[in-house]
Design a protein around this ligand. Structure first.
Ligand SMILES: [Zn+2]
Length: 775
């Protein structure tokens, strides 16, 4: 190589730099991110974020200053009592929250314990303490503590915020929000969010429950600081800011409207009124109901702002603990008060189990309700025998009556409520009735679990044969026929809803039913515990990955897929365990989600990885890149090969998505904004749909424009097919990247209570704007 050519090359290089440099300056000096990110960020910034401190207004918050009275808690090297510091912080926080309009309560406001006379048992203290805390039915329960190191390494310091370990929703989010501000305000790098099995957290009935250990009192420097009231105040302010962040997500308020009574004679629909807070819309796909600790998808009706769940008609008589929840589109999880519902269908039949002429000396009788289910345990049954009356209580519907072994009595009069010794079967036949039979349009098979929503917004569920029985008055007005994974049908003309007879409705499976039976694993990555990035960044990353996984799960299950998420909370989980979970689920595809923290040496890797030579993996990766590039900016996501363990060892087509970087602007702001996470979830979801459809079907994109009085209406949630919700931008538009061609059902509703459910047709050309006037 001669000297001349080297010089020439240097010249070429500086010429290239001359072109690149102005471009860098134009994009704000940020070279790490594609320009699309900047655009998305500036768009989001124009829409106001949460409402700030006013979000606390009316929220019920219980603060529990740990220990007190008989219990000192931890002691500092200079004998500072944890109980006193906890109380100091709690009182400051109480004042801040009160000022902001919260409905705030303290378990104690003096140096006291909760021991009954004569007891020194911690358990007694905690039980009484929590009886007080629970009596407020709070939105948030917050127990304030300070840590101590048993190994007596006096230098040890750090922040631990524990969330109720059974609640990886609201409690985990709150713990993350609080932890971020504690870490920032107290300048303590070592900070973590952890699942906590403490009694106070297990017992708490609040919607979100956390316990904060904001620093180590065993550290002499910390102790010295915590003696100062301004340092206690600083800590209180951190909790305060965390609570503002938490409620600024627009935690919806839920109130039970039906059934009104705690005991019902037949399973009625469970209905909750959902109120959006601060105009932050509700995410219809997130509506859930917990019955006796099992979770089910519920139905959220945009029109009426109500969350519905039909108890299965054959649900056994018994007691059920009920709790409903729904998220705002910013990820704030609202919960109803938990309550116990007793289903007690009245006795209808009394049937002998064995013959009355048995020689065993006893007769067992079964008391059943009208459906043939055993009546509620403990139902009183009176038995008169030879003019002697005895009262029995049922267990699993059964009572045992001693009749003596010599001779069965001539007469046995059995009475349970209104039923007396009868085996007659009576059913009331409804004269006016229609039967709706819902079938899969492609296969012709009956769809179990179909729901008819009447004009009064009453959902009526089908039996397992897909038939829904409606009486005459229920059929007046429009009917929506809905089943998970299908495009709902709107029967909105009188001819479509006759007064009696059979109505056949064939439902179009969403996306040709291509997601039915698909098993999709989602692996939300965890931040590297020893890598670059502050504790706050790591928590942000952990939460952002988790929130994206949850949002994606909602969309995929609404479309009929089965989803497994490898990590539900902040629990420690190895790579091996993640891969084991994916493989044991027999996944059809697997996706790892990673909002990365850039290191000093390495800018944030931004792109999608798949295993070398995996045709399906590459196809999946390319489609997701396409889906995300739609809003990140053209060519933002590059597809690359990689032999990382997740790609190498999973048994199905898999890819790793390296998303918006955390750690510097604007990625940092974006990932803490749930609207951005939702955009990402739709981008990935729509790409997955396209991957499975392999372009073989009618799929279109569709833009829905909402106007009021002819003017574009911004910030209106638009729900397609009852489950997919997006909010209109400032031009009044909501864009959906993957919609079935043909009829779709669009529900819209604004803050002022105007709402509409309409049917529109999407043409194969797509892109044609559908304009709906909301008045
Ligand atoms: Zn403590």
């Amino acid at each position: 190589m001669n000297r001349g050519s080297t010089l020439k090359r240097i010249n070429l290089l500086s010429a290239a730099l001359a072109i690149i440099l102005p471009a860098i300056i134009l994009t704000g000096g940020c070279t790490r991110y594609p320009s699309g990110l900047e655009r998305v960020y500036s768009e989001l910034k124009e829409q106001p974020l949460g409402p700030g401190a006013s979000a606390l207004k009316g929220r019920i918050i219980v603060i529990d200053p740990g220990h007190g009275g008989y219990f000192d808690g931890a002691l500092g090297p200079d004998s500072l009592r944890e109980a006193d510091v906890n109380l100091g912080v709690a009182l400051y926080l109480w004042g801040l929250l009160k000022e902001a309009g919260a409905d705030v309560h303290l378990t104690r406001s003096t140096d006291r314990d909760f021991l009954p006379p004569g007891s020194t048992e911690l358990k007694d203290d905690l039980q009484n303490r929590m009886a007080i805390a629970d009596s407020f039915n709070a939105d948030v329960f917050l127990s304030i503590h300070h840590n101590s190191n048993l190994q007596l390494d006096r230098k040890k310091n750090g922040i631990e915020v524990y969330y109720k370990s059974s609640d990886t929703g609201a409690s985990l989010i709150l713990a993350g929000d609080v932890m971020k501000h504690l870490s920032k305000n107290l300048s303590i790098e070592k900070a973590a969010v952890k699942p906590g099995g403490y009694f106070v957290l297990r017992r708490s009935n609040a919607s979100a429950s956390i316990l904060g250990e904001a620093s180590y009192l065993s550290n002499p420097i910390v102790e010295k600081k915590l003696k100062l009231s301004n340092k206690q105040r600083l800590e209180a302010e951190s909790y305060f800011l965390g609570l503002i962040d938490y409620f600024s997500r627009g935690v919806p308020r839920l109130e039970r409207t039906a059934p009104e009574a705690d005991t019902v004679q037949s399973p009625e629909p469970l209905v909750f009124r959902v109120r959006e807070v601060d105009g932050i819309a509700v995410d219809a796909a997130s509506a859930k109901i917990r019955i006796a600790s099992k979770e089910y998808n519920a139905l959220y009706l945009t029109d009426s702002g109500e969350l519905y769940f039909d108890l299965p008609p054959f649900i056994p008589n018994g007691h059920y603990s009920i709790e409903a929840s729904v998220s705002s589109i910013l990820g704030g999880i609202g919960k109803s008060k938990r309550y116990d519902l007793t289903v007690a269908r009245p006795p209808a039949f009394i049937i002998p189990i064995n013959s009355p002429y048995t020689q065993s000396g006893s007769i067992r009788l079964k008391v059943l309700d009208a459906l043939g289910e055993p009546v509620l345990d403990g139902t009183a049954v009176s038995v008169s025998m030879n003019d002697k009356q005895s009262i029995f209580e049922t267990v699993k519907g059964i009572i045992s009556v001693e009749v003596g072994s010599e001779q069965p009595p001539a007469r046995l009069i059995v009475n349970a409520l209104n039923v007396t010794d009868t085996l007659d079967v009576n059913t009331v036949k409804n004269e006016k009735e229609i039967r709706i039979k819902a079938t899969n349009r492609s296969s012709g098979e009956a769809i179990p679990g179909t729901i008819a929503i009447t004009a009064d917004n009453i959902p009526i569920r089908s039996g397992s044969n897909g038939e829904i029985h409606l009486s005459g008055e229920e059929t007046s007005g429009r009917l929506i026929i809905y089943a998970k994974g299908y495009v709902p049908a709107l029967l909105d003309t009188p001819e479509n809803v006759p007064e009696r007879g059979d109505v056949l409705v064939s439902l179009q499976p969403l996306f040709d039913g291509v997601l039915f039976g698909k098993r999709i694993s989602i692996d939300p990555a965890s931040a590297d515990p020893v890598g670059d990035g502050t504790a706050e960044e790591k928590t942000s990353e952990d939460l952002a990955n988790l929130e994206l996984a949850n949002a994606l799960e909602g969309l995929l299950t609404a479309a009929g897929a089965s989803v497994r998420i490898t990590r539900r909370g902040a629990e420690p989980i190895s790579n091996e365990e993640r891969i084991f979970k994916v493989n044991s689920f027999k996944s059809t595809i697997a996706i790892r989600l990673d909002h990365v923290i850039p290191t000093n040496e390495q800018p944030a890797p931004f792109g999608i990885l798949h295993y070398p030579g995996s045709k399906n993996g590459m196809d999946l990766a390319r489609r997701i890149a396409g889906g995300l590039n739609r809003f990140y900016g053209k060519d933002a996501f590059r597809v690359n090969e990689s032999a990382r363990p997740f790609l190498l060892q999973t048994h199905c087509p898999a890819c790793e998505i390296l998303l918006a970087p955390i750690g510097s602007s604007p990625g940092k702001e974006l990932v803490s904004d749930n609207r951005f996470i939702r955009k990402e979830s739709f981008g990935i979801f729509e790409a997955i749909v396209r991957y499975f459809l392999n372009d073989s079907s009618d799929l279109a994109s569709c833009t829905i424009k909402i106007t009021k009085g002819g003017n574009p209406a911004a910030g209106v949630p638009v729900t397609i097919n009852l489950v997919f919700t997006k909010t209109t931008d400032k031009e009044g538009r909501a864009h959906f990247g993957a919609v079935d061609v043909g009829e779709i059902v669009i529900s819209i509703g604004d803050k002022e209570g105007r709402s509409k459910t309409v049917r529109r047709t999407v043409t194969p050309q797509g892109n044609k704007e559908i304009t709906i006037e909301l008045r």
